[in-house]
Write a protein that binds this ligand. Structure first.
Ligand code: ASN
Ligand code: ZN
Length: 322
């Protein structure tokens, strides 16, 4: 099989890189090392037993099942994004194997991270298409794993909405990176293309304009607020984790467009350091998370930097005081 690009790159080390490699003390982490994913895709064959039958392992040729092959490819892109943007080696930062199951259940209208692996339904075909389709859905689910290994945000109320939001943030960023889009060019939608034909909507969520992704008699209206004035204190959905995530999602969007350029480079770096830097409590609320993003921005760019100002304005813009 053809070498992955990363494998090819590592075979083509420049002489400077080779010298750098030789210069490392034994046992020290090698900053020129190319990370490689270890993906396994399983097929649940419309049952709900995990992980199901192995369908494709790392380096195996395409299976011809486009659902299996899409899951494999999007995991590869997500892995490459975290390496390229933040030099993170997989979900746990230490090369954790990426396990996924596709064809989960029958007409199953969701995808999820179960604490150990990703799982995707094929959708019922009437409301939803297959959940392996959108790259940002794979990114979203994989980032639940990253969060579990880092800030471990409790999955209820505000920390739960932050957990959901960071999955949307990096899910969107992996798509923006894959497409080469700047913050201005990006659609800021989550799950664009997932809604079946005839459903009145464009995606699952909009980070730019929360509450506008769909409005359909069968699905109802997108319930996301984009400002604290519209915070939903529901007890459903674990305290509105998929609802109130619209507020920090929009804060990230506002910061990204104010900073400009590729969102993963600056706003994404600020959010990434916040998520993974060890300063967050698992029960942090929106205000605490916002303060932590300001600390990260200050460390990266300085207290008076435009980037730091953009982050402060973004949180103020969604009604979170910082
Ligand atoms: N797709 C949903 C999510 O990742 C599944 C869930 O609610 N657990 O948030
Ligand atoms: Zn989620």
């Amino acid at each position: 099989p053809a070498l992955r690009d990363s494998a090819r790159r590592s075979l083509a080390l420049s002489s400077a890189q080779r010298e750098a490699r030789l210069a490392f003390p034994a046992g020290a982490p090698d900053p020129t090392e190319d990370f490689v994913p270890n993906r396994t895709i399983h097929d649940a064959k419309n049952e709900e037993t995990l992980p199901g039958a192995k369908a494709r392992g790392e380096g195996d040729p395409a299976t011809g099942d486009e659902i299996v092959d899409q899951a494999y490819d999007w995991l590869g892109v997500t892995f490459d994004f975290f390496e390229a943007a933040y030099r993170r080696n997989s979900i746990d930062g230490a090369g954790l194997a990426l396990v996924s199951t596709v064809h989960y259940g029958r007409d199953y209208d969701n995808a999820f991270w179960d604490g150990e692996q990703m799982v995707y339904g094929d959708g019922d075909g009437t409301l939803f298409r297959a959940f392996t389709g959108p790259l940002d859905v794979t990114g979203h689910e994989l980032v639940h794993g990253v969060t579990q290994y880092t800030a471990n945000l409790e999955y209820r109320n505000q920390p739960g909405a932050l957990n959901e939001s960071v999955s949307d943030v990096f899910g969107s960023l992996v798509k923006q990176w894959h497409l080469g889009h700047t913050a201005d060019q990006a659609d800021w939608l989550i799950g664009q293309g997932l809604l079946a034909e005839g459903v009145n909507g464009v995606a699952l969520r909009s980070m730019k304009e929360p509450g506008t992704a769909y409005d359909d008699p069968r699905l109802g209206k997108d319930p996301q607020p984009g400002h604290m004035d519209d915070y939903n204190p529901t007890r459903g959905d674990n305290g509105g984790v998929h609802i109130n995530s619209g507020i920090p999602n929009r804060a990230f969007y506002l910061a990204s467009v104010a900073i400009g350029g590729h969102a993963w480079e600056k706003a994404g770096r600020i959010w990434y350091d916040t998520l993974t830097g060890g300063q967050l409590s698992a029960t942090v609320d929106f205000a605490g998370f916002a303060a932590a993003t300001l600390d990260s921005a200050t460390r990266l760019y300085g207290a008076e930097a435009a980037e730091t100002g953009a982050v402060r304005e973004a949180w103020t813009g969604v009604g979170v005081s910082v």
